[in-house]
Design a protein around this ligand. Structure first.
Ligand code: EZ4
Ligand code: CO
Length: 409
């Protein structure tokens, strides 16, 4: 079998997505997700200008060889743009291999290790009544694990808080990327956040009881000692995890956090290779790996990363926000089903226009996702529908402190 074409499709149904479609001389096609939120066109160019010409004529079955070739022949290693581009190729090739085998992809990864994939959704509120309502609506939608994000008194806009219940009154959608020419400016105050958050979790536990798994995302905003203090303060509320408590480029910072708290820690949605986790995993400084298949070089690299983590009883918590396309989500679901050290899967749910462009076969029942039984990933792209939604510039927000200093967002 030979690759005869590879097309980069940029579409913006509810938000921007970058998809690679690889076509073989036997008529099989495979899809890969290369969406990098707020920097989409850089991956589209990396693929179209520098990768697609190298793929034509290659044997699509040689996935490991293609991965190593793309990683090593570029000379310049790692980085989110490179690793998203490699991921798009890798996942498209896995899709083709599984279709050629006539099996859902998870079968090629060793088969199912579980019946379903526990998913968590994003509840949020500007105050407690709104937050409780959002949690209730997520429970009605079938979620059995809930991430809790809240406004902070005195701050205008806080990461993770939906501005209002979305149309139809059913969902509280939060989409951080905004279709604006410039990134939106938000405000931040760590002391106000640390004072406010434990009381919110106490109220949620009092309202919803001790069993419901609760998660929280610190979104890289704390210093190590601040993160240690928050982890300690949240211990009575038994979190499933505290995510991205520090900007973890400095992996050693987690030693300090770990010494002070038994709140489980999840890190890594902005990481893109196993090297970003070397100290975190070897020294058992985290409990969950947060990488996305889309940003970490695809199934091939994620499998190795999660197998490394498994040796230290560290589990998966694969990133699944709306900026991972249905193709990237499907790749995550097949991996989730197959690996032994599965932890939990983030599942935010895409909008109706996205579901029109990407035809999907996954199911969500009683809190559990399943990728379905179609050969390959189980996702097909409707190119005519995609063409109706051209790319629109969009940026993630950024933070400034009260005195004007830029802060981690
Ligand atoms: O801010 O995916 O845990 N989920 C997150 C996400 C990220 C966005 C950035 O593109 O932190 O909401
Ligand atoms: Co996060």
């Amino acid at each position: 079998m030979k690759i005869i074409a590879a097309d980069v499709i940029v579409t913006s149904p509810d938000r921007n997505f970058v998809t690679l479609r690889i076509t073989t001389d036997e008529g099989l096609t495979g899809l890969g997700d290369g969406t990098l939120n707020g920097r989409e066109l850089s991956v589209a160019s990396y693929l179209a200008d520098h990768v697609v010409p190298l793929l034509i004529g290659r044997d699509p079955h040689r996935i490991e060889d293609t991965w190593q070739f793309l990683y090593r022949s570029a000379y310049w290693r790692r980085g989110p743009v490179t690793m998203a581009a490699i991921a798009a190729v890798d996942v498209a090739l896995w899709d083709i291999k599984a279709k050629a085998a006539g099996m859902p992809l998870y079968q090629l990864l060793g088969g199912a290790s579980r019946n379903g994939i526990m998913a968590y959704g994003h509840a949020s509120g500007r105050d407690l009544p709104e937050l409780f309502d959002s949690i209730r609506r997520h429970l009605e939608m079938g979620y059995r694990s809930i991430r809790v994000q809240t406004s902070v008194p005195g701050l205008n806009a806080v990461y993770g808080v939906a501005s209002q219940p979305s149309t139809g009154g059913k969902r509280y959608d939060y989409e951080p990327a905004q279709r604006t020419a410039l990134p939106a400016e938000e405000d931040w105050d760590t002391r106000a956040y640390l004072r406010h958050l434990p009381g919110v979790f106490e109220a949620v536990r009092n309202e919803f009881g001790p069993e419901l798994p609760l998660l929280h995302d610190g979104h890289h905003r704390m210093t190590p000692i601040e993160a240690a203090r928050l982890g300690k303060a949240l211990e009575p509320y038994d979190l499933f995890w505290l995510e991205d408590c520090t900007p973890a480029e400095n992996q050693e910072a987690l030693r300090l956090v770990r010494r002070h708290t038994t709140t489980p820690l999840a890190i890594g949605e902005v990481f893109n290779t196993v090297w970003d986790y070397q100290t975190l995993i070897r020294e058992q400084l985290i409990d969950y790996v947060r990488s996305a298949v889309t940003h970490t070089g695809g199934i091939t690299a994620m499998r190795k990363l999660l197998d490394f983590a498994a040796q230290y009883q560290i589990k998966s918590g694969i990133h699944g926000p709306t900026d991972i396309s249905p193709v990237g989500m499907a790749a995550a679901l097949h991996l989730d089903l197959a690996i032994h050290n599965f932890g939990i899967q983030e599942y935010m749910q895409h909008g109706p226009a996205t579901n029109e462009v990407f035809r999907q076969s996954f199911t969500f029942t009683d809190g559990y996702l399943h990728p379905g039984e179609l050969p390959g990933l189980g996702v097909e792209l409707d190119e005519q529908a995609a063409a109706r939604f051209p790319y629109q510039p969009a940026y993630l927000p950024f933070n400034r402190l009260k005195d004007g200093t830029v802060h981690d967002w």
